[in-house]
Design a protein around this ligand. Structure first.
Ligand code: RBF
Length: 161
């Protein structure tokens, strides 16, 4: 899947939204880039006091996302990196996390920004992590997507008159 074609999102009136970022800890350099990108995006949007929670690995992202979704957050951003090894674990972890995050989002109505990199090599992950020399900044993108969706949902949640 190519990162080409990503929209330039303009997000307004979101300073009061409660946003949580959940970040796994495997692949430290890549994760540092994703977390920095996410916090930079939140700062640009005027959301200066987000919750940042760390979990051991990507597998733990969905359960924490689900609990936070039930605690009044308007948007959640899940960040992780899974890099293919020599065993089928890669497919199981990627599929479990992806399905889990999608399920949380759809079941709770709280947008979950998908910042999970699933890469064949560490180089591919670094290139998407918003680090110096990276071509993409997926932590930053995931924040804009989740917050933009939360703003959209708020705009249709008012009662009809
Ligand atoms: N977690 C990640 O976030 N990224 C990985 O690349 C990753 N690779 C793993 C490979 C194997 C073989 C196993 C067993 C776990 C891996 N995990 C990885 C950790 C996983 O997300 C979770 O934290 C642990 O399995 C404990 O529940």
């Amino acid at each position: 899947m190519s990162g080409k074609g990503a929209p330039e999102l303009s997000v307004k009136n979101c300073q009061d939204l409660r946003v949580a970022v959940i970040a796994a800890q495997w692949h430290e350099k890549v994760m540092d880039g994703l977390v920095d990108g996410a916090l930079r995006a939140l700062h640009e949007l005027g959301i200066d006091e987000p919750t940042l929670l760390r979990v051991p690995g990507s597998w733990e992202l969905p359960v924490v996302a689900k609990v936070l979704a039930g605690r009044g957050y308007d948007a959640i951003v899940a960040l992780g990196v899974v890099i293919r090894g020599g065993t089928p674990h890669f497919e199981y972890v990627c599929e479990g996390v992806t399905r889990g995050l999608a399920q949380v989002s759809v079941d709770t109505g709280v947008p979950v920004g998908f910042g999970l990199l699933t890469c064949d090599t560490e180089e591919q992950a670094v290139d998407r992590a918003g680090l110096e020399g990276s071509t993409e900044d997926k932590g930053h993108e995931a924040v804009y997507a989740a917050v933009s969706t939360a703003v959209t949902l708020r705009s249709v949640s008012e009662p009809w008159h």
